[in-house]
Design a protein around this ligand. Structure first.
Ligand code: COA
Length: 166
């Protein structure tokens, strides 16, 4: 298994992940292809976002890919926090494709993400999850998450917030 950057090579796999995900909004949202007319355009847009522009803070996006070149999961590392990310979103977002859950992949993605964060020079990261997301809370705690106070988003959903020292 390895982390790879989005590129044309992964278009079909990316699209198949979204089909398997279904109609709800993809997590992390940076992997949403809606609003772009081609994969090339999406990649260009992603590159701009990764450098930071408008409301987008600098970020890094990766696929977790199996030895058979199947995308198992998605990862977005936000290099900085704004008010919203500090309260609700955190530095790191991830997901695992529905057919590959409960096999330890999210725990692996987060541990790999922490290496990337160290390489970026970050010294601690904030990771959040919905109050009822037991799986994600376990993933964070397995990776050394220390819980801070919770916050509520604009829909009243309680967000648990954890810090990991790097
Ligand atoms: C949350 C999510 C990332 C977990 O991915 P995963 O690959 O299944 O997680 P892991 O296999 O590493 O599981 C870690 C632990 O959580 C448990 N777990 C995973 N999903 C669970 C669930 N739905 N309910 C209860 N426990 C769960 C696992 O059994 C494991 O427990 P253990 O350490 O005691 O054995 C995945 O369900 C997902 O993509 N959900 C939608 C997106 C999302 O919520 N992202 C996180 C945003 S904060």
């Amino acid at each position: 298994m390895r982390l790879v950057r989005p590129s044309m090579k992964w278009e079909n796999e990316h699209r198949s992940y979204l089909v398997e995900w279904g109609p709800t909004r993809i997590i992390p949202s940076s992997f949403n292809l809606e609003g772009t007319s081609s994969y090339e355009e999406y990649l260009q847009e992603l590159l701009k976002r990764e450098k930071g522009y408008g409301e987008w803070l600098p970020c890094s996006n990766y696929f977790l890919v199996s030895a058979e070149n199947r995308i198992l999961g998605l990862l977005d590392i936000r290099h900085e926090l704004n008010d919203f990310l500090y309260r609700i979103g955190g530095h790191i977002g991830y997901s695992v494709r529905p057919s590959e859950r409960k096999k330890g992949f999210a725990t692996f993605i987060l541990s790999e993400a922490l290496h990337k964060c160290r390489e970026l020079g970050m010294d601690k990261v904030l990771i959040t999850c919905d109050d009822d997301n037991i799986g994600s809370a376990k993933v964070i705690i397995h990776n050394g998450g220390i819980e801070d106070h919770s916050e509520q988003d604009s829909n009243g959903i309680v967000k648990r917030r954890f810090w990991i020292n790097l």
